[in-house]
Design a protein around this ligand. Structure first.
Ligand code: 13P
Length: 248
């Protein structure tokens, strides 16, 4: 079976001191954690986290990767650079990148391709806005977003992780109900099944105001294989509590 995967997305938060304190607290509580765990940190802190997490059971993740391999792309970070810091996961296509940085489905698919080529597991984010949900377009939107990634990465699509993050649930305190999440996860699973015989291997995470209080009922859904957690992953007791819930 897939086992649960819980990933903290720190977004643009942290400092050398705050990161060290958070990770020290997390590592001290990992004895009872049986699920897979990772933290996706700002790229400037990859070196710090590479050294603090070395040999631990928390994997290191990045939040973005360049579509380019190397060269004159000021400000960009390549997949091979991430690999230098033992980065295991890289978020691609987070709604904040789609929304504030104009990333298209094709860009996101290229980023997933770069990550895979470097041996990094892309965590491909999909999700609808509130207007799209209200217009009955949820399935069409997430399928379009995932289709672009399948199209560009068909041969190794079972190597990706998918994160369903309804935009209206991110940072809003509004969480998809377990039924809403399961419905979309099942749609995504079916789409993966049409593309690969190994769709059962793909972890489909839920993200959007997941917290210590609501994680259990979301994680109880058959196609919810873990979480991509923002705010609650910045507090060690909360994240540890969710990791323990996912370990049951
Ligand atoms: P919140 O958990 O803060 O809603 O963020 C979710 C998210 O965007 C994770 O990538």
């Amino acid at each position: 079976m897939r086992g649960k995967l819980m990933v903290g997305n720190w977004k643009m938060n942290g400092s050398l001191a705050a990161n060290a304190s958070l990770v020290t607290d997390l590592l001290a509580g990992m004895a009872d954690v049986k699920c897979r765990a990772a933290v996706c940190v700002p790229s400037v802190y990859l070196a710090q986290m590479h050294s603090l997490l070395a040999g631990s059971s928390i994997d290191l993740g990045a939040q973005d990767v360049s579509v380019y391999a190397s060269g004159a792309y000021t400000g960009e970070v390549s997949a091979d650079m991430l690999r230098d810091f033992a980065v295991r996961y890289c978020i691609v296509g987070h709604s904040e990148r789609r929304q504030y940085h104009g990333e298209s489905d094709v860009t996101v698919a290229s980023k997933a391709q770069r990550a895979l080529a470097a041996g990094i597991t892309p965590i491909v984010c999909v999700g609808e806005s509130l207007a799209e949900r209200d217009a009955g377009q949820t399935e069409a939107v997430v399928k379009r977003q995932l289709a672009a990634v399948i199209h560009a990465n068909g041969h190794c699509i079972s190597e990706i992780v998918v994160a369903y993050e309804p935009v209206w649930a991110i940072g809003s305190g509004l969480t998809a109900t377990p039924e809403q999440a399961q419905h979309v996860h099942a749609v995504l699973r079916a789409q993966l099944q049409a593309a690969t015989a190994h769709a059962d291997r793909v972890s489909i995470l839920y993200g959007g105001s997941m917290n210590a209080a609501n994680a259990a009922e979301l994680l109880a859904q058959p196609d919810v294989d873990g979480g991509l957690i923002g705010g609650a992953a910045l507090k060690a007791p909360d994240f540890l509590s969710m990791l323990k819930t996912a370990s049951r």
